[in-house]
Design a protein around this ligand. Structure first.
Ligand SMILES: Cc1cc2nc3c(=O)[nH]c(=O)nc-3n(C[C@H](O)[C@H](O)[C@H](O)COP(=O)(O)O)c2cc1C
Length: 322
């Protein structure tokens, strides 16, 4: 059976799960730009169990963003298994379940979740086995190089996940101690690729088609995952796909980029609670990066007091670029 992540291309280019960034609206835009596969923002298994409305909303997937995986985090095998089963039963559009074993945030690792599982391989394996047994869907896992430089264990961890039934792995070439700093290590990804027979996606520092090609060449990975490189730049998927297909690519003009920003803002305001409009500020800052007048635009956006005022500023900025 072909994994859903490989249904469109044999070297898929996927959008990373990013809490606070990769919501349904942004995922849809990325798919329109050639992204092959998406992930929800990370969802707490415990939060789902205890019925938080906000947590449940993270499971909403719209048809335009398929195929999409739900990413869960948790360290209790039984709770993770129950939530995997619930998602597989109640969310018909989900294509895969991914288990987060890479999140570095202290409020997550402090509970033994996210990248803390890399320090407890037996528990990580128990979580993965339980998720696989409970799921009718393929289960994957995303993790890091290791906890810190003195405990680099991505290779051993990859083997343990494969043995526990994972169908796909994503390796982020940084340790937990690095958070998002310093270069992502390609070598450790290459070693994980060699160590297992299931596909591995390479993740870390893909900001251009050159980076994507380099990741594929240096690691032999089965596909690549783009995270911060997509922030304010869904066009990165067009660029990478063109390069992988050997096609011509013409970068968009700045006003075209801002047209996409407008679609993003309008989609967000239509689908989410408009009172959340301040969440759009960071996206607008990313879209406008390096453009003429961007500093003034950002300043104005950061003080906008209503969704309409924010939209008017984006329209005016876009028009100033034509
Ligand atoms: C704002 C932000 C939110 C993130 N949220 C998640 C998440 O929910 N789940 C996850 O597995 N990784 C998360 N990550 C990590 C990314 O998926 C990715 O592994 C990391 O940014 C490295 O890729 P990059 O160097 O291309 O940015 C997040 C990263 C950022 C910057």
């Amino acid at each position: 059976m072909t994994l859903p992540v490989f249904q469109k291309h044999d070297k898929p280019v996927v959008l990373a799960p990013m809490a606070g960034v990769s919501d349904s609206v942004f995922r849809r835009i990325c798919v329109e730009h050639g992204c092959d596969f998406t992930y929800t923002e990370m969802v707490s298994a415990k939060g789902l169990l205890y019925g938080g409305r906000k947590t449940r909303e993270l499971l909403r997937i719209s048809p335009g963003e398929l195929p999409c995986a739900v990413q869960l985090f948790g360290s209790d095998p039984e709770i993770v298994a129950d939530m995997v089963k619930m998602i597989a039963d109640e969310c018909p559009d989900v294509s895969m379940i991914d288990v987060n074993m890479g999140c570095p945030m202290p409020k997550i690792t402090g509970n033994g979740e996210g990248s803390a599982l890399m320090r407890d391989v037996p528990r990580a394996a128990a979580v993965m086995s339980a998720a696989v047994s409970a799921s009718r869907l393929p289960v994957s896992c995303k993790f890091r190089k290791g906890w810190d430089d003195s405990s680099v264990n991505a290779v051993e961890f990859a083997r343990a996940m494969e043995e526990s039934g994972a169908s796909l792995l994503t390796v982020h070439g940084r340790t937990r101690a690095q958070f998002y700093h310093g270069p992502a290590d390609r070598e450790i990804i290459a070693r994980a690729v060699q160590a297992v027979s299931i596909p591995v996606l390479g993740n870390g520092d893909i900001f251009s088609a050159d980076d994507a090609e380099e990741m594929l060449e240096k690691t032999g990975c089965a596909g690549i995952m783009v995270a911060r490189g997509a922030e304010g730049d869904p066009f990165i998927f067009d660029e990478i796909r063109a390069r992988l297909d050997g096609a011509e690519y013409t970068p968009p003009a700045d006003f075209e980029r801002m047209n996409e920003a407008i679609r993003h803002a309008e989609g967000f305001l239509a689908e989410k609670d408009p009172r959340l409009f301040p969440e759009l500020r960071k996206h607008m800052s990313w879209y406008s990066k390096g453009m003429r007048g961007a500093i003034e635009f950002r300043r104005a956006v950061n003080t906008a007091r209503s969704p309409q005022e924010l939209l008017d500023l984006i329209y005016a900025f876009r028009d100033s670029l034509i």
